[in-house]
Design a protein around this ligand. Structure first.
Ligand SMILES: [Zn+2]
Length: 186
C-alpha cells in the first residue's frame, strides 16, 4: 500500500484533499532535477516532467487521476553516458478520508497499491513519493542508447571500443582454455 509521506522538501507536491470541497479540481506539478536529488539512490540524474492531476472528490472518497509526461535522464547501461528517456505515465489513486465509516470497518481488506487512507486530522496528501515511484516505474528496464538508422550503436564510441577490446580478450582467454587449443598445439 502506498503511504503518504510528509517531507519538508516536498511541500509543493502536497494536495489538501481533506479541505477540498466536493467536486472536481485540477492541479499541476513540475518535476525537475532538484526533485530527484532528494531521493537517495535515485537512478534519475535529471528530469523535466509535467504532472497533471484531476481530483474528483465525494464525501467519502477522492478519485485522483494522474497524467505524467516529459523526459528523464539516466545512465546508459552499456556506455554509462547520459541517456534521455521519454516519461509517459497514467495512474490513479483512491484516497479515503478516515472520517468515512466504511474505512474504519474494512480497512485491512481494502488495502491496495492504489489506495490511500488519510488519517484523522490529516487533510494534506503529499504526492512526492507516488510521483517519484511512478516515474521510475515508467522507465524501461533496459536503458541503452538506441542504434542509428544504419544499425550502429549511438553509445559513447570510446566506451564501445573499450568494451570490444575487453570482449576480445575474454574470447582469447576462453579459446586458450578450451581443450581444442591444446590439440592445436600438438
Ligand atoms: Zn550508451
Amino acid at each position: 500500500m502506498y503511504q503518504g509521506v510528509l517531507v519538508d522538501n516536498f511541500n509543493a507536491y502536497s494536495v489538501p484533499i481533506g479541505d477540498l470541497p466536493v467536486g472536481k479540481h485540477e492541479f499541476e506539478f513540475e518535476v525537475n532535477d532538484e526533485f530527484f536529488a532528494h531521493f537517495e539512490g535515485s537512478e534519475v540524474l535529471s528530469a523535466a516532467v509535467r504532472v497533471c492531476l484531476d481530483v474528483e472528490k465525494s464525501s467519502e472518497v477522492s478519485h485522483l487521476l494522474f497524467g505524467m509526461e516529459g523526459t528523464a535522464t539516466v545512465e546508459c547501461d552499456r556506455c554509462l553516458d547520459e541517456l534521455e528517456l521519454p516519461v509517459e505515465f497514467d495512474g490513479e489513486l483512491m484516497v479515503y478520508l478516515s472520517t468515512s465509516p466504511t474505512v474504519s470497518k474494512g480497512e485491512e481488506e481494502m488495502e491496495e497499491d492504489d489506495t490511500v487512507f488519510l488519517l484523522a486530522g490529516e487533510s494534506n496528501l503529499n504526492l512526492a513519493q507516488y510521483i517519484y515511484e511512478s516515474i521510475c516505474l515508467s522507465l524501461p528496464m533496459q536503458r541503452v542508447h538506441l542504434d542509428d538508422e544504419h544499425g550502429n550503436t549511438t553509445c559513447n564510441p570510446e566506451m564501445v571500443a573499450k568494451l570490444k577490446e575487453l570482449q576480445g580478450e575474454a574470447q582469447q582467454i576462453k579459446e586458450a582454455n578450451s581443450p581444442w587449443s591444446k590439440l592445436k598445439n600438438l
